[in-house]
Design a protein around this ligand. Sequence first.
Ligand code: GTP
Ligand code: MG
Length: 195
Amino acid sequence: MKFKSIELEQVAGFKSQWPSENIEEIAFVGRSNVGKSSFINAFLGRKSLAKTSSIPGKTRTINFYNIDNKFRLVDLPGYGYAKVSKKEKEKWDKLINEYLHDRENLKEVFLLVDIRHEPTDLDLQIYDWIIDSGFTGFIIATKYDKISKNQLQKHISAIMKKLDVEDEGLIFAYSSENKHNLGVIHEQIEVIINN
Ligand code: GTP
Ligand code: MG
């Protein structure tokens, strides 16, 4: 899939700032620091279009990336970051929940988890919601470069167990460092867009 024009169309801190629902959107959710913004950069082939940081809590708004006026990728704030104030946390949770629940043109939601760690109860809660809402339930297990290949199955199994995933094909072991499986995810997203 080659893109002609990629644009950060909107940075939204409020629902009233969301762009119109004229084209479909694919959203990326997950804990703070799992690598949502890094994935979007890698996917779009832009090094630093989406701002990333080693400090959790970098993305604090909903960022809409318009691709060829055909679809949008949506970068959401992360959840579960302990070091922000309760008030701030509530604000982000509201942003995320409101978007997931209210967005009519939401075509697919990908859950990102860090491959090294067992998903949290919050991950499970969101994943259950994803499945209950009728989305496929794709999972991108990030930072695969941080574990050795012979540890892969153990980590995938832990993710499947915690999130109650039966089909291993839904999980992509992925790395923004070495782009492992980026091509496969590209193909999957192309299928989603053209469906
Ligand atoms: P929030 O916006 O805070 O929710 O975080 P995020 O999920 O957008 O994470 P972000 O992309 O900002 O990445 C967080 C940190 O993890 C950065 O230091 C990235 O460089 C690093 N990172 C992201 N993906 C990978 C990966 O696949 N491998 C490695 N080794 N580091 C990664
Ligand atoms: Mg981010």
